[in-house]
Design a protein around this ligand. Structure first.
Ligand code: HEC
Ligand code: HEC
Length: 288
């Protein structure tokens, strides 16, 4: 089918670039074996990375600023291989297939890297880069991409008739109570830019990517930590619902720089694994 052959050739092109880069920079070592015996490449990437990327809370002291600059320079070579597919600085584009990473909630990105490494999601060409990386190393890469504040491109023109787009909008904003489909905005935020620490936004993503993720949840090829609320929701959607939702979402501009909300506006309708700090309807308040 046309889409899968497009994907295969895009992926092969991406892989060739990754291999060239890895060879050129000795990144095979840096990415795949952070705890291996020191070599020229791994010695250049010290193991003891400060816990978090510093936040922009007031001016930094001189030592703190120097530490921040040194974290940034250590992260650049680590994530270079990622940007061959995910775009310069992890920005991707709303066309094509590769999802954007820049500015997404850190906990969401970390959960996904764990999902790929541990087999709940599968994309072999990327998974092999993560195979031997520790939880901490994955969290540091997630924090790096989450901290990037870069503008979004305008959305591509809508690729569906108005009636289909309207059905998509209706489902996203109001769900369909009769068919037990919750409104997507209840968890993904009223402006669909996600909620920290672990709910992703749904805007600025390619339509093919959205279709594929919702499809993968229904077939069990994509899984999240239990309870996997998205698997249950995706299974309530008919194939026409999925294409309507994806077409509408992919055609929306991204408001407010796409920044995730600091906290949920209301409780989530059901519990989701990996998102323990957010309130759920009818449940005791989460421990903070
Ligand atoms: C060969 C291309 C390729 C490379 C290299 C690559 N990725 Fe990916 N990445 C993908 C594709 C394709 C997906 C979506 C896979 C799917 O269908 O689920 C993805 C998904 C992701 C996701 C989930 C995004 C989301 O919104 O759920 C994260 C996080 C991610 N990649 C991080 C990385 C990091 C970090 C690196 C570098 C260590 C990397 N990727 C290298 C192609 C790549
Ligand atoms: C009960 C809360 C909840 C509701 C309601 C909900 N989602 Fe989600 N959604 C999540 C969580 C949590 C994740 C992250 C799952 C993970 O860690 O993989 C997610 C992830 C996603 C992703 C993956 C994004 C990416 O970058 O790969 C898509 C697509 C998605 N949801 C679409 C929808 C749509 C469409 C609806 C409405 C029909 C919806 N969601 C309703 C909680 C929810």
């Amino acid at each position: 089918m046309a889409f899968s052959s497009f994907l295969t050739s895009a992926v092969n092109a991406g892989l060739r670039r990754v291999r060239r880069l890895a060879l050129a920079l000795g990144l095979g070592v840096a990415l795949a074996a952070p705890s291996a015996a020191p070599t020229a490449a791994s010695a250049a990437l010290p193991q003891a990375i400060p816990q978090a990327i510093p936040r922009a809370a007031g001016p930094l002291s001189a030592p703190a600023a120097a530490a921040a600059a040194s974290v940034a320079s250590r992260m650049a070579p680590r994530v270079l291989a990622c940007t061959t597919c995910h775009g310069k600085e992890g920005r991707s584009t709303p066309e094509g297939y590769f999802p954007r990473l820049a500015g997404k909630p850190a906990g969401y990105l970390a959960n996904q890297l764990l999902n790929f490494r541990d087999g709940r999601r599968s994309y072999p060409q990327m998974g092999y880069l993560l195979e031997h990386l520790s939880d901490d190393y994955l969290r540091e890469m997630a924090a790096h991409f989450a901290a990037l504040d870069l503008p979004y491109a305008p959305p591509p023109a809508a690729q569906a008739p108005a009636t289909v787009l309207e059905r998509g909008r209706q489902l996203v904003q109001h769900g369909d109570a009769a068919r037990q489909i919750p409104a997507c905005v209840q968890c993904h935020g009223p402006s669909l830019t996600g909620v920290n620490p672990a709910i992703p936004g749904l805007l600025g993503l390619p339509r093919d990517y959205l279709n594929s993720q919702l499809g993968a949840w229904t077939t069990g090829q994509r899984r999240a930590q239990a309870p996997d609320c998205m698997a249950a929701i995706a299974r309530q959607l008919a194939p026409e619902d999925v294409s309507a939702v994806s077409a509408w979402l992919a055609a929306q501009p991204v408001p407010g720089g796409g920044k995730p909300l600091a906290q949920a506006v209301g409780p989530m309708p059901v519990r989701c694994g990996g998102v323990d700090s957010l309130p759920v309807v009818g449940a005791a308040a989460p421990v903070r």
